[in-house]
Design a protein around this ligand. Sequence first.
Ligand code: GLA
Ligand code: ZN
Length: 678
Amino acid sequence: MEKKMLFPQIKGLIHGGDYNPDQWLDRPDILKEDIRLMKKAGVNSVTLGVFSWAACEPVEGEFHFEWMEDIIENLYQNGIYTVLSTPSGARPAWLDAAYPEAMRVDDRGVRNRHGVRHNHCMTSLKFREKTAVIDQMLARRLGKHPGVILYHISNELGGACYCPLCAQKFRDYLALKFEGDIEKLNKAWWTSFWSHHYNSFDQIEPLFANGETSVMGLTLEWRRFTTANMADFMEHEIRVLRAETPDIPVTTNFMRLYEHLDYRKMAPKLDVVSWDNYPVFHNDWESLGDTLAETSFQHAVMRSLKRDTPFMMMESAPGLVNWHPVNKLKRPGVHRLSCLQAVACGSDSVQYFQWRKGRGSYEQFHGAVVDHNGSEDTRVFREVAEVGELLRRLSPVAGTLCRPKAALLFDWDNRWAIWDTRALADSTKKYEETCLDFYRAFLRLGVDMDVVGSEEDLSGYRLVVAPMLYMLQPKTASRLTEFVNGGGQLLATYFTGYVDTDQLCFLGGFPGDGLSELFGLTSEEIDTYYPSDRNGVRLADGSVWEVRDYAEILKVKDARVLGVYTGEFYQGTPALTCKAHGQGRAYYAAARSSASQMTPLFEKMLAQAGIPAKKLPQGVEYHERCAGEERYGFYLNSTPNPVTLEGVTGLELLTGEILQGGLALKPMGAAVVQSFLR
Ligand code: GLA
Ligand code: ZN
């Protein structure tokens, strides 16, 4: 596996972020100073043009790109590249005044008024036309500049519109999906219930807050449609840019596990995946190590959207943000650690929102590299400059990839289906948290996981954990079966295989679609507990895992029972099982226990999978990137204590020190160890 350099022009990692010179065009002194400070901070790329529509087209049809052209050229002359954004994230006032249909309609059917951002109708032909015009001009005028390395579509695409145009497009989408046959839809949506039968597609409405919310099929299709329509809009922009400048790669910035878009459907349309990372550091509910572990999970989600190329951390806060419930300062050293974590997890960039604090309006107090005082002599600036220097030292890492042998199955449709289903207890469903809990337990064992979709090819992995896989897509069961038959170690849990892709229950026993055979059991009932209810799973060695929230009652056919319930009317019945298929094994955990208690099982599975585990001290993360024979081991210490690790050899890139066995990490310290496979 060779290196995949995102931008051959930049022979290393990217350091920079959102730059909004259009807010400072009347201050050439500041624009000049920006360049000086950028060089000082080790910035080699800026993102220009996010929300710059009004500056580029102040009145309809009158274009001004000269200011941006000058800036791109000036940056380029100073060794700084440009990520060029299309301005479609916010509309100028003239556009809404002339074309009100561009303004979004909310889920009660009320049209927005002009203002804020990210609130367009993605269907509106007028909005699309106007976007195409500005994008084409942008690409034509600036896209051929050698400083431009990447297009960034819009900004944080999100939300949904409920206007008549979108409603009609939803109906067209459904008609296409159900081959024009309304009875196919009625069957898939089980509309014989509560007299919900439709006579024609025209009768179907979007998921209005005060409308139809009791048909699970409709709910799910509306969510799927929202993604499809957003992706369609994104592709519309991409097409315009590609027609002008086909060689410039394209990205858009995703938002963590954003609720309303299935990023797995959007990522294939992009050349590079990028995302915006704003952890709630130093909160009052978890340790810094836990915040970082959660962030590492989010990085893994993004990395796994395109496994054969590095991703980009398109935004992060150099200091604080202005939209968390409490906008606390990032403590000294945390910036460094979290930037290195992004690279450790597979990012080839550390980018910020934003370069310089604006003077007014909504984001005036959002952190930036340069504060209102304009000084380079600030804590934040110094920390950013330090990161710039460290990234320079990490240049050899650029283009290498993380190649975990373990994966966690996470499916967006499944997530939506679990949210919407009227079952279990809303307050404890916690699908995402459950996935994170498993991910974190493996991270503590020094094992990175990819986070992959439930229909993906799993052949590159040796261990797969599939928590709460309630919905099976058409290929999920066969993928899992192939994986186990091929010698893989699989763990599934309670609430697996209840419904198909239309959210219709499988008949003949859960888990459905052949998974009962794979696991050698069926689940007859699921017991939902009140938050204070407890049960236990007793294992052969006498240890007991505490059970909360959910416990399934199993009928085991031909699996080995590894644990039984300690209480309730199903005391003594199977709660943890394993069915072997050659070297492969299908484990089933019928009840919810914390992943940390389940760790001995994970260690056993890792050994069976031939994946080495590391005993890491609490609060220390390990990640690995590689290419060819090169290996880069990242050690991140989020604790206030020094930590020593044994058995680490290689060249430590941050300090240049050669390690011959022991690695001493300072409090909040990090190390990146280069070694070579022989
Ligand atoms: C988002 C947006 C940016 C900015 C930041 C502030 O990520 O993309 O434009 O508003 O939030 O944190
Ligand atoms: Zn609309």
